[in-house]
Ligand binder design. Structure first.
Ligand SMILES: NC(=O)C1=CN([C@@H]2O[C@H](COP(=O)(O)OP(=O)(O)OC[C@H]3O[C@@H](n4cnc5c(N)ncnc54)[C@H](OP(=O)(O)O)[C@@H]3O)[C@@H](O)[C@H]2O)C=CC1
Ligand SMILES: Nc1c(N[C@@H]2O[C@H](COP(=O)(O)O)[C@@H](O)[C@H]2O)[nH]c(=O)[nH]c1=O
Length: 604
């Protein structure tokens, strides 16, 4: 069976879309009749907005929007979006709407179409319509589809420009954001193998989600609750805890007139649930109760007789419930629980986004429930900071939303067969072996940053100093150069950590707890820091150098299942930067060797 890394079509290898030097030719975009980046940006955003119209309905498929302009002008001649899986694709709708005007036109797609076995409708529609150029917001996030449609379009002579690859620069950021946001659930699913989870709650200005009696209807206004119906309509499932069912007897349906009906999931350890509840009316929507194995079998039977599905877990927890939702192909889940369940869900790392409706009212009450229970944090510096935060006034309320975990941008992925030669010309894409390493005791474990190979590298003041491992050097450099005695203390602490593992733990913890002390350019320079350290390690130890050269012809992959940046991930979904840097270094070493042999042969 081919290794998963080879199942993907060509991909860029540049480490990030921002400041890293790129070996690729960057087209700032020039086509006959030259158009402006601003035109591409606004038309891509239009495609993303169109795609968003069917959010929730297409699941588990992504949301696709397509806009066609006449030639390279601004005039839109056809549009379409995928309404639901099994309906006419966006591209065909747009081509049909444009008719003859599509010939020579430019197409804007928020997402590369899934050009899969037996279904080439989207690509065929564009080819037959005589489109001259296609602008793609994102490559398809699923490995087996990524790049296929782009390749097919190119092979038909159509010019294809992909955001972040062929079209780079700050001016494209807004378009990229729109394309990422509209398919965020699929991107999280592809990157982390969990559904995209949103925690939503309504709280008073003094941070309560109910009165101390538990009464909660209503905290937020009718308008805000209308918005919640929309959020439900975008989700595949809504989760609450047993207490919310006992207290509120909720319906949890999308009552805004939208087409999509999410599944309702109750998480209850005790199964101490009412025999009669609105949620047990499965004619309205499907209901699942997730519970602890063996809990109240009698009631389980009664609810099952009403059509409620009961799923038992050995130990009920948010992570396993989300794994179950993933297996059922759910893309997005809305958590509408109280703080008692929201806290373990956050702790388990399954919550990606938060929607907080804040109502301008005060209820008080020292026992009144709050939106998030115990997280075990003791210092304000440990607080979780949301990113990409938005504020929106809805009637009298304020909706604050933001991401606890940023949308994973799957650009770039680990190298595919077609791009491998551009990383290392010694590799043959079709006969390449994979060499995986992870633990230091693996056959190629010395490639791990945890291997016990001290390196001598210049310190801040320029003096050379010994670092016990590459990991020590890398972790400490998060704080190097920061003008603060505390940051300097961190560097020393990490440098003298007892083991590479300890250095890694310490570096990650200090980075999380003290984000302000991390050097501002860290994300941009971290791959360079790593490369310097690796170079020093492999040039210092001749046997490591020999070992690295001996792998020529193989793809190196750090088989870390957890670290999706430096590692390759469980199924090849990681970016594998450690593997990439080692291959880059190997290429450098081999080239140097070849040129010195050449000089030697000439002089003899
Ligand atoms: N304003 C708002 O937005 C909202 C307000 N509320 C209000 O909040 C109050 C309820 O809050 P709260 O009790 O926190 O809410 P929940 O019932 O939503 O969550 C707690 C319950 O979740 C179940 N559970 C399952 N797995 C776990 C786990 N691993 N850890 C912890 N609990 C688990 C337990 O049910 P069991 O006991 O059955 O085992 C537990 O009692 C009510 O007054 C309700 O009206 C609720 C939702 C939203
Ligand atoms: N109280 C409260 C919310 N509470 C949430 O909504 C659920 C009730 O949904 P339904 O029965 O479908 O209307 C309830 O159980 C809880 O999860 N939501 C809000 O937007 N605003 C509010 O003020």
């Amino acid at each position: 069976m081919p290794h998963p890394f080879f199942r993907s079509p060509p991909l860029p290898i540049t480490p990030c879309r921002s400041n890293h030097p790129s070996p690729r030719r960057i087209i700032t975009y020039s086509v006959a009749g030259a158009s402006k980046p601003s035109r591409d940006v606004s038309l891509l955003r239009r495609a993303a907005d169109l795609a968003d119209r069917s959010a929730g309905c297409t699941s588990p498929h992504p949301n696709f929007g397509c806009v066609i302009t006449r030639g390279s002008s601004d005039e839109v001649v056809g549009e379409g979006f995928l309404y639901a899986q099994g309906t006419k694709c966006a591209e065909l709708q747009a081509v049909e709407a444009a008719g003859e005007l599509a010939r020579g036109g430019v197409v804007y797609l928020n997402l590369e179409p899934g050009d899969c076995y037996g279904d080439h409708t989207a690509v065929s529609a564009l080819v037959q319509a005589g489109i001259s150029r296609v602008v793609v917001g994102l490559r398809h996030p699923l490995q087996h589809l990524r790049g296929k449609a782009i390749q097919s379009l190119k092979s038909e002579g159509i010019q294809v420009h992909v955001l972040g690859e062929d079209l780079q620069g700050r001016q494209y950021e807004e378009a990229l954001k729109s394309c990422l946001t509209v398919n965020a659930p699929l991107l999280y699913r592809a990157a982390f193998h969990v559904p995209f989870s949103v925690l939503k709650y309504a709280m008073t200005l003094d941070g309560k989600i109910a009165a101390s009696s538990g009464h909660a209807s209503w905290v937020s206004s009718r308008l805000s609750r209308g918005r919640v119906f929309e959020l439900r309509g975008r989700s595949d499932a809504i989760v609450v805890g047993g207490n919310t069912v006992r207290r509120d007897d909720p319906q949890l349906t999308a009552r805004h007139g939208g087409g999509h009906v999410p599944v309702r999931i109750v998480m209850s350890q005790t199964f101490d649930l009412p025999e009669e509840a609105k949620l047990w009316n499965v004619l309205e929507a499907y209901t699942i109760v997730a519970t602890q194995r063996g809990a109240r079998k009698d009631l389980q039977k009664k609810l099952a007789a009403k059509g409620v599905e009961v799923i038992e877990f050995d130990i009920l927890n948010p992570g396993d419930v989300m794994a179950c939702c993933y297996d059922r192909d759910y893309l997005s889940v809305l958590w509408e629980c109280g703080g008692g369940l929201a806290a373990p869900a956050i702790r388990a790392g399954v919550i990606h986004k938060v929607y907080a409706f804040v109502a301008p009212k005060i209820i008080g009450g020292s026992n009144a429930p709050s939106p998030v229970g115990e997280l075990g944090m003791v210092q304000m510096s440990q607080a979780l900071n949301l990113v990409d935060v938005s504020f929106e006034q809805i009637g009298p309320d304020m909706l604050i939303s933001g991401y606890l975990q940023p949308i994973p941008d799957l650009f770039p992925m680990i190298p595919s067969a077609n791009e491998i030669p551009s990383i290392d010309p010694t590799l043959s894409p079709y006969e390449t072996n994979i060499i995986s390493f992870y633990k230091t005791w693996d056959p190629f474990g010395a490639f791990s940053n945890f291997s016990a190979h001290p390196i001598e590298m210049p310190y801040e003041n320029g003096e050379r100093t010994m670092w016990p491992s590459v990991e020590h050097y890398y972790q400490a450099h998060k704080f190097v150069g920061v003008d603060s005695p505390v940051a300097r203390e961190f560097v020393e602490k990490i440098k003298t950590a007892n083991s590479p593992e300890e250095a890694a733990r310490m570096g990650r913890r200090l980075q999380r707890e003290h984000p302000k002390l991390v050097r501002a350019d860290w994300e941009r320079i971290k791959t360079d820091v790593m490369y310097r350290a690796l170079k020093c390690k492999f040039l210092t130890y001749p046997h490591l150098n020999t070992m690295l050269r001996s792998t020529a012809g193989s793809v190196l992959v750090e088989a870390s299942p957890h670290d999706l940046f430096w590692g390759g991930g469980r199924e090849g979904e990681g970016l594998n930067y450690l593997g990439r840097l080692l291959m880059q270094l190997r290429s450098e070493v081999l080239q140097k060797e070849a040129s010195s042999n050449f000089t030697l042969t000439q002089s003899t």
